[in-house]
Ligand binder design. Structure first.
Ligand code: AHN
Ligand code: ZN
Length: 332
């Protein structure tokens, strides 16, 4: 009897802790060292970014080995080139967890390629081949457009590149004096479809972490963007980012707040993510992950890995909040 009581009491305590952990608001974190901040001399266009999402979706789902994937990759590379950046593609042969042979293509676009002092912004450009989180089970084998999951991060990077070209061409604007690389990861989103296995995700960034696109590449830090274009979306200070790059997280979140986007960039710790920043951090470059979370559910955005992750569910104010914050970071 006593034994049973003890066990049930332990169970209740454990359940209470689990419940608290699940339902409790994320832990607030203390804001450390203040950062200097001067508003950027340029305005990020959320309309332009939105159009870049739409364009990517127009090719069809950018799943590995598809024609849409190849054509969209060519368009991404050509667009960065059109904005005056030096573009290279890193190809590699790999296999998905189900054995499918794939040809990966990481696309790297460099602003001020000769600068020694550099940072990078990244995001994945492939889209998931299965809508396996859709309520409708008949859709679980259908590829997704990945407007938010994939498309949004690339769209923000393209618009940043366009803004950098404006800065470079405009006499009255001092363009950033650091090198900036935009890294488009491939094969992020074809991970386990069933039992979760971290190593089956983020194949492009895993490959790059072992084979950087230039031998002596040593950026100060990286910022990865993932699902930055849905409605009701906020960003928490992600666990791995806080472990490997706390000063970068602090800097970005503070700049966001000063630029007026504090309601998107929440000063609280979020969950630990399996994402493209992880292999980068483990390879010795501090990298943070700005990853969208549904503000009410505390989960991934509601269209995540569903067929509803399409252009109709892209929300310009979220693109603006992230894009303008990145522009402020580049100019500060
Ligand atoms: C997982 O889904 C396991 N991790 C988040 C990485 C991701 C997938 N981002 C977008 N899709
Ligand atoms: Zn995904």
């Amino acid at each position: 009897m006593t034994g049973f009581k003890t066990i049930s009491r332990v169970c209740i305590v454990v359940m209470a802790i689990v419940l608290l952990a699940c339902t409790g608001k994320p832990k607030p974190v203390a804001v450390t060292t203040e950062v200097d901040y001067t508003p950027a001399p340029l305005t990020f266009s959320e309309d332009s970014a939105y159009n870049y999402v739409a364009k990517q979706c127009s090719f069809g789902p950018r799943t590995m080995n598809s024609q849409a994937h190849q054509l969209c990759g060519d368009w991404i590379a050509a667009t960065f080139k059109r904005f005056g950046l030096a573009v290279q593609s890193q190809y590699a042969d790999e296999r998905l967890h189900d054995g499918t042979k794939i040809r990966m293509r990481n696309i790297i676009a460099s602003y001020y390629p000769d600068a020694k002092k550099r940072i990078f912004i990244s995001g994945h450009w492939d889209s998931r081949p299965w809508a396996d989180n859709d309520d409708d089970e008949s859709k679980h084998q259908t590829p997704i457009d990945g407007a938010n999951d994939g498309g949004s991060g690339i769209a923000v990077m393209l618009e940043l590149a366009r803004q950098l070209q404006i800065a470079a061409l405009c006499d009255t604007i001092a363009a950033p004096a650091i090198g900036i690389d935009f890294i488009c990861w491939d094969a992020e989103d074809a991970g386990t479809h069933g039992r979760f296995s971290a190593s089956t995700w983020c194949l492009g960034s895993q490959y790059w972490a072992k084979h950087r696109h230039t031998d002596d590449y040593a950026p100060l830090y990286g910022i990865n963007l993932d699902m930055v274009g849905s409605a009701n979306t906020v960003f928490y200070r992600e666990v791995v980012s806080m472990q490997y790059a706390p000063t970068v997280v602090n800097r970005v979140w503070q700049i966001a707040r000063k630029a007026g986007y504090g309601k998107y960039f929440i000063d609280a710790e979020g969950a630990e993510m399996t994402d493209d920043h992880v292999p980068v951090c483990r390879s010795g470059i501090p990298c943070i992950d700005i990853i969208g979370i549904d503000e009410e559910q505390g989960t991934f955005p509601l269209t995540w890995h569903t067929i509803d992750d399409n252009i109709d569910n892209i929300f310009k104010p979220t693109l603006k909040a992230v894009g303008q914050t990145m522009l402020e970071v580049l100019f500060n």
